[in-house]
Design a protein around this ligand. Sequence first.
Ligand code: IFM
Length: 443
Amino acid sequence: MVFPADFVWGVATSATQIEGAAALDGRGESIWDRFCLTPGHIADGSSPRTACDHYHRLEEDLDLIASLGVNAYRFSVSWPRVRPAGDGPWNEAGIAFYRRLVEGLHARGIQAHATLNHWDLPQALQDQGGWEARETVDRFVEYALGMAQHLGDRLSSLTTHNEPWVIAMLGHDSGIFAPGIRHRATAMQVAHHLLLSHGLALRALRAQGFSKPLGIVLNLAPLMPATPSEQDIAKTRIEDGLLLRWYMDALFGRGYPTDVLQHLGEDAPRVQPGDMAVIETPIDFLGINYYSRSVVSAGEPFDVKSSEWPLTDMEWEIFPQGLTELLLRLHRDYTLPPTYITENGGAFPDRLDADGRVRDADRTEYLKQHIAALAMAMRQGVPMAGYMVWSLMDNFEWASGYAKRFGIVHVDYASQARTLKDSALWWRDMLARQSALHSQGRG
Ligand code: IFM
């Protein structure tokens, strides 16, 4: 398929996962810095302290991004780098780093798509209650306004939160992610405050005259019952409610789904009058992170393995048809605004061969299949505006540490050498073919 000439093709990263320099130039502590200190939290005992040392290799990495021929880069701002305690003084050195980043992208003709919250809440705010506390919502709005003021002129879009479900459920229900809390009612209050802060930030930014596209990024997946039993079907419906309808219904003006509220009972969040109207403040775009489907069984934890489909190194099923299905459902049920796949990719057990190549044919195949699935949805009318690969380079994969490699660029953590994997070479050629087709007038 020839994609539209203005289709956004990007690579994505997040601050904690690549920057390193965790205690440098005035950066404050994040909840992930703290979480990693507890043995057992991170599979390989590592931390994001150095990561890909992107903070010191900014220019080199910008050249790397440009060498791929993408027209967009999705990154996140580290809140504790720009405002170390989450309130109080701002950190000029931190702001200057992101200013250099967006200027560097601009100089290379690459769109800058920034995310404000890719999970790294300042620890100082966690100490005051974190996302469970309503005051954090106000701090987030201040942060959003500050970043819009400092970076806004160079941004092509601004995203409030990345994957609120993950923050709420993995951070506060199962506790496998920072801040490591295990309490369902807290998780749902967090989910509500994330959405509320999103809506309030949109309103405040627009009131301040910020005119760039504003949106949110959700991790979504089709959920399927493990068996046709009533119990599995009922559990799937609730998990779908918690993952997808909780966020989509609220953002698109329908309030929280009543079946989920009923299921939550006393664990449902406290919602103040007017909150839902704030949450449904229209978004300019939706970002969707898609990796796999999930199979749900009444008697098991969230995602059981069906072993019907090949798995990535994360043990996630490779299920590209789920992307088409998901997009068609979302557009049918909600009428989507311009929508981006803001993350898609796979972890595979890559190895740098003696000749300096990484032969990651499995990743190339994964990307090809998912781009084809995306094209299929577009042909059926889903308003897709872009696609971004997760990830530009191997990085700190949260609780899995550095063992899981998602990059199309290989990182040797000892030397910090970057090597384009075969998938990156394929991606570069694919983008070059798209541009050539457009310059021949076939777009
Ligand atoms: O690495 C993460 C990213 O930070 C958020 N979405 C999923 C990716 C892979 O697990």
